[in-house]
Design a binder for this molecule. Sequence first.
Ligand SMILES: *Cc1c(COP(=O)(O)O)cnc(C)c1O
Length: 344
Amino acid sequence: MRDLSGQARCGAAVKADAYGVGADQAAPRLAREGCRDFFVADANEGARLRPLLTGARIFVLNGVFETSFAQTLAHDLIPVINSPEQAAFWSEGSDGRAYALHLDTGMNRLGLIPEQAAAHAQSNAPAPALLMSHFACADEPDHPLNARQIEVFEALKPLFPGVEASLANSPGIHLGEHTHHDLTRPGIALYGGNPVAGLPIVMDCVVTAKARVLQIRQAKAGQTVSYSAAQVLPRDTTIAVLGIGYADGFHRSLSGAGVPLRSAIEQGGSAAFDGVMVPVIGKVTMDLTMFDVTDLGPGVVKTGDWLELIGPAISLEEAAQAAGTVNYELLTSLGSRYARHYTG
Ligand SMILES: *Cc1c(COP(=O)(O)O)cnc(C)c1O
């Protein structure tokens, strides 16, 4: 992402515990690669990372409130000011300390609308340390809103002469050099998520998730599996019961095909054993999920074996699609029961 950012510095979104990957591990690792600008969602996340990121800038995307003001100052966090009210609050109490200014260029999430940005520029508030905005549709490169957001951002930039600017998230970086400005803010791509569907660049696999076979069972055609007896077995089936469930972020929507709660998606989720895909059967339960391993042949998968849920054989995107969600949500829902091993 640093190379793709061209002339711009490459920052990192490490909010939500670095997208579930573990910010305590990911943020210092990114700092060792030269990253100096980090983005968290709230002051608590920033405070936790401050001791690990000495000398780096930590931006708080949610801004600053009375409840987080002391923490923001104490941990030297830079609030991203999202409204005229936040701007007034910060300039009153912060004694001229740095802030970033967020402009809403078309997402209607956080940030000052153009008229408010113009009023802010004309006020006697000190200049921001960073001017930023956020794309709504950068993962769809041809979406007309991209061009409109770029245009609005470029029109507002001259109101803040000499101020560094930041626009591009992971998919935004791929829209081209004109979105890079001074600083990019990738998140998902740093953690192995493909930011734009169909991109020729193959992302490195950053996260592998595995679950263990607790039991192998033989069931007869016509019997049912899991809650609600929703899955009726069409054949004699070898079932691997894995110690993984929705409490681990293996979403209930990954329940097997034929389970009535499924609507948008035909297939359920899968696991992989030796690169071979085996489907979920029945409903995913809190701690346990059943997989049909019949086609692997008798005795191949055994109690104690580990099956891959996300990793080299099953991309984040494939798993997310089967769950009816996005790679972002799968990563951020990885549960706390996983034993986590960091390499590299
Ligand atoms: C989360 C976030 C990012 C990172 O987005 P990715 O799509 O994960 O690269 C950048 N900027 C803002 C404001 C964000 O909220």
